[in-house]
Design a binder for this molecule. Sequence first.
Ligand SMILES: [Zn+2]
Length: 317
Amino acid sequence: MEIDNGVICPICGGLSKKIKSLDSAYIKSQLSIQFNTPVLKDVEIVDYELLRCNECSFEFAFPQIEGSRSFYDWVTSQPKYYVENRWEYYKVLDLLAKGSKGIKLLDVGCGDGQFFDVINQGGRLIIDLYGLDTTDASIEICRNKGYKVFCMDIQKFKSVHEETLFSTITAFHVLEHIADPKKFLAEMADLLEPAGSIFISTPYSPMDFELDWYDVLNHPPHHMGRWNMNSYIKIAKILGLKPEFFMPEYPGLLRSAILSFKFSIYGSAQLESKMKILKAIGRRPGKFFTHLLKQSKRTRISGKRASNVILVKFTKI
Ligand SMILES: [Zn+2]
């Protein structure tokens, strides 16, 4: 029998259960496998536990200590850490195009300005853009591109720009890094014009390839929270926001099963040939069938199996 451990959920205050112990040595060993290089000695990582809320099924790290500066300096310097393009950039632009004119947009965690680049390439919408990021190097890149960006977090921005409100606030793959997501989302809501919208995207956890593989980058210290539909519905209700959900097309049952099978055997390694996976399936058909069966039971959202990414639009009620 699992016993409540007394740690309450940062979203809803519900009691939680421990689902994994993640000590520092284990996290470092998984990171070195992931990036195929040893983790430097001065990278600070504390011991964590992964807990799941009994009420809203949000999975969160305990202690609620976000990844250290030395951890982020190390992980962001790894090749292929940053994703160039995201499905949700285009989805948000589609949704914005259907509505308002005179958009004033704040992108929280704007990175090197990838979303701004996409907006400018499209060129159809007139948007007054603002960006926030806490990494000096990223801010420098944005400034060189001519973007209006501030090297600060949202709390600081709010304190120095009290009168500034936005019609649209975006945060792509930021929420899962934050130890107190409720406070973060509430701060965004405070910066919103009355009829404005917040767009949040995160992984939809567990992602399909996590079935039988430990994804170190979707766990603490990198990701402090693992989001699903229940957790989003709960946080929206608590903050008085109306959520709408969007997902990219589900890749298909067979593809998800092949992917999770591949990860369970080869991890995140890139394989030169598809033949290698097909041969592995041929050798272990029973194992592959288990993956197929489990993927067929994946959470459904609006009747379709969940993809690995979710975009949530929040509006004030
Ligand atoms: Zn909860």
